[in-house]
Design a protein around this ligand. Structure first.
Ligand SMILES: *Cc1c(COP(=O)(O)O)cnc(C)c1O
Length: 390
């Protein structure tokens, strides 16, 4: 039986065209792009072509793109890199309580190095209030980091407004657009961003490759020291196949975005409709409209997300109990806590994210199975309570 995969926010399969573009760079075109001979020139050309492709998608210039090992490294480089470069100017950073751990844990680490970090709260739908950013900016603030869209509940943040405030106040603005880029048109200048993090495997590119947009003129300290690759910002021989794959994947994502987005949004809305209609005690988390086209996130009264997730897995359906990075630990999600979910709703979060391969039949089947399992789990806990009460 074919499995149903509804966890595209965790990762996505490499497209055949992407793999085809990558394959020559494992064997026949293997040169080191720093080499000045023909083998080197050939791979250098491919790396620079990919850089143009990533830049073009963001409305940026090639020299504003640095390739990294993924979203986590891009977030680390953006935040640590600017924090240390601007240490003389100030030591205050502003972020939100619902960022990805790649941002949150970088900020926590910076606190140990003597930086001060403000973690802005969000409203019940997960939105950061732009005025709260304005109020938090002080003379010593050097960087604001707010994600374009949240990886758990899918809420799309008002990044253009936040970026405008930062520009006006002379503070750098970083946005983690890892979840957003596959589903939204992101133009660096339009959102007034100085730094944008991307990761290839979230849009059908290879794992272990990412990029950071760095607006020209922005000063950054590098994290990985060594050779002069990536304009001295990221030492190490380039991951040529990965970079080529990322360029191809982002070009396809941009070209097919509108069409994909519309189809995927319909599937998502179908799921939301069926779940809220058929499953008593269900609630949609995140913003009803300002959310990624491929994301739905629910809580179910009286259900533990782990139990539901395991039962769905046995039934051949892959969903997520929040973010992949926190599953396996029993800690309730920091995002669900930040939007104010309490007790049973906090522990019962389930994320379903759709993608290119998702079908209507899969949505119907998943919703039906979920409704069955939830009724069963409730029945079980009901009878065990009766049993305990004797
Ligand atoms: C997946 C993800 C990351 C981490 O990207 P990796 O390439 O897996 O390191 C960072 N931020 C967000 C919002 C993500 O969804």
């Amino acid at each position: 039986m074919d499995r149903i995969y509804l966890d595209y926010a965790a990762t996505s399969p490499v497209l055949p065209e992407v793999l085809d573009a990558m394959l020559p760079f494992f064997m026949s075109c293997f040169g080191n792009p720093s080499g000045i001979h023909e083998n080197g020139r050939e791979t250098r050309k491919a790396v620079e072509q990919a850089r143009r492709e990533v830049a073009e998608t963001l409305g940026a210039e090639s020299r504003e793109i640095v390739f990294t090992s993924g979203g986590s490294e891009s977030d680390n480089l953006a935040i640590e890199g600017t924090a240390f470069a601007l240490r003389q100017k100030g030591n205050h950073i502003i972020t939100s309580q619902i960022e990805h751990h790649a941002v949150l844990n970088t900020c926590r680490w910076l606190e140990k190095q003597g930086f001060r970090v403000t973690y802005l709260p969000v409203d019940a739908s997960g939105l950061v209030e732009p005025d709260s950013v304005r109020d938090a900016i002080g003379n010593d603030t050097v960087l604001v980091s707010i994600m374009t869209a949240n990886n758990e509940i899918g809420t799309v943040e008002p990044v253009s407004e936040i970026g405008e405030i930062c520009r006006e106040k002379g503070v750098l603005f970083h946005t983690d657009a890892v979840q957003a880029i596959g589903m939204m048109n992101i133009h660096a200048a339009e959102i007034n961003a100085d730094l944008i993090s991307l990761s290839a495997h979230k849009f059908h590119g290879p794992k272990g490759t990412g990029a950071l947009y760095i607006r020209k003129g922005t000063k950054l300290e590098s994290l990985i020291h060594g050779g002069a690759q990536e304009r001295g910002l990221r030492a190490g021989t380039e991951n040529v196949p990965g970079i080529v794959g990322m360029g191809k994947a982002i070009t396809i994502a941009a070209k097919e975005r509108e069409e994909n987005q519309q189809r995927i949004r319909e599937l998502r809305d179908q799921m939301i409709r069926i779940v809220l209609e058929r499953i008593p005690g269900s609630q949609l988390n995140g913003h009803p409209e300002k959310r990624l086209a491929n994301n739905c996130h629910f809580s179910f009264a009286g259900i533990e997300s782990e139990a539901l997730l395991l039962r769905l897995d046995l039934a051949g359906i892959s969903v997520s109990g929040g973010s992949a990075c926190t599953s396996g630990s029993m800690e309730p999600s920091h995002v669900l806590q930040a939007i104010g979910l309490k007790n049973e709703m906090l522990k019962s979060g389930i994320r379903m994210t759709m993608g290119r391969e998702t079908t209507r039949e899969e949505i119907e089947k998943t919703a039906e199975k979920m409704s069955e399992i939830i009724a069963d789990l409730r029945q079980m806990s009901h009878s065990s309570i009766k049993h305990l009460r004797g």
